[in-house]
Design a protein around this ligand. Structure first.
Ligand code: C2E
Ligand code: CA
Ligand code: CA
Ligand code: CA
Length: 279
């Protein structure tokens, strides 16, 4: 028993060392990724289920690493958050999205919105509205082409401050959505005060929506409540016809998920835009 205990202990510390080393390695190469501008955006379509019309894309960041290939955000966003590198990455993400929106407009495509994810640290950057407005001007992007996604938990951490910042962004004409809705602890009284246009039902509620009565109840209550407050609802992670049918039946306005399309590299997104955005 003693030997087993020691082995377990050794294994544990070895794992910790490995984790710490891996972590440090990610941190170092992430630093050079920022310097060398190794980030790209993939674009996931958002459709109106009633008409099949493309309404917009969510921009999702990927790290094109020379050593590790395409790295997904779950692997590096947490490190970027902790180290503060997220501010620079987030700035670059916003700039790429604005450039893309302006390019598609200039190429004559019907206008679609590009939704960009904001991190908690960005939301608390004192000069966020000025910075974003500066980037939009530089890129020649109109605020109507851009939407920002902030998570429910991020906004509820400091609700009063969040309401003020979101109000400033909204006044600039940028669209706003609350992401991962249902996973935090919004109080209804606060939600009423949030100047956002959309709620995004989290994928975890969509996953079993046609078999789990709890998830079904949460999703349909969210849709009804959002509509009462004059907000639209986006469902994310929609993979099947059955999920789509349930959501449409309950009045969900916008659908995003593998059922329609996975996130697309920019050339593929442009082809999708050409095929689906009837003006
Ligand atoms: P999220 O904002 O909730 O984004 C949705 C995630 O679900 C994306 O993962 C997307 O690829 C995935 N997804 C979409 N449809 C489906 C589906 O039908 N089934 C399944 N199983 N998954 C689906 P991704 O791209 O790996 O991004 C993960 C998370 O990383 C995002 O979650 C977001 O929190 C964060 N993230 C991505 N890009 C950015 C960014 O530019 N800035 C910041 N701060 N965070 C980002
Ligand atoms: Ca999102
Ligand atoms: Ca989510
Ligand atoms: Ca359940």
């Amino acid at each position: 028993a003693k030997a087993a205990g020691r082995n377990t202990y050794q294994m544990f510390t070895k794992e910790m060392h490995t984790a710490a080393r891996q972590r440090l390695a990610i941190e170092n190469s992430l630093r050079s990724a920022v310097t060398n501008d190794e980030f790209v955006l993939h674009y996931q379509p958002q459709l109106d289920p009633a008409t099949g019309k493309l309404l917009g894309f969510e921009a999702l960041v990927r790290w094109q690493s020379p050593d590790n290939g395409l790295v997904y955000p779950d692997r590096f966003i947490p490190v970027a958050e902790e180290t503060g590198m997220i501010l620079e990455i987030g700035r670059r993400v916003f700039e790429m999205a604005c450039q893309q929106a302006a390019r598609w407009r200039d190429a004559g495509y019907p206008s679609v919105r590009i939704a960009v994810n904001l991190s908690a640290r960005q939301l608390r950057q004192p000069d966020l509205p000025e910075m974003l407005s500066g980037i939009m001007k530089e890129c020649g992007a109109d605020p109507e082409m851009i939407e920002l996604e902030v998570t429910e938990s991020m906004t509820m951490e400091r609700p009063v401050e969040s309401i003020r910042i979101l109000g400033a962004l909204k006044a600039m004409g940028i669209g706003l959505a609350i992401d991962d809705f249902g996973t935090g602890y919004s109080s209804l009284s606060y939600l009423k005060l949030f100047p956002v246009d959309k709620l995004k039902i989290d994928r975890s509620f969509v996953k079993d929506i046609e078999v789990d009565p709890d998830d079904a109840a949460i999703a349909s209550a969210t849709i009804a409540m959002a509509h009462t407050l004059g907000k639209k609802v986006v469902a994310e992670g929609v993979e099947s016809q059955a999920q789509l049918d349930f959501l449409v039946q309950h009045g969900c306005d916008i659908i995003q998920g593998y059922f329609y399309s996975k996130p697309l590299a920019v050339e593929e997104a442009e082809q999708y835009l050409a095929r689906h955005a009837q003006s």
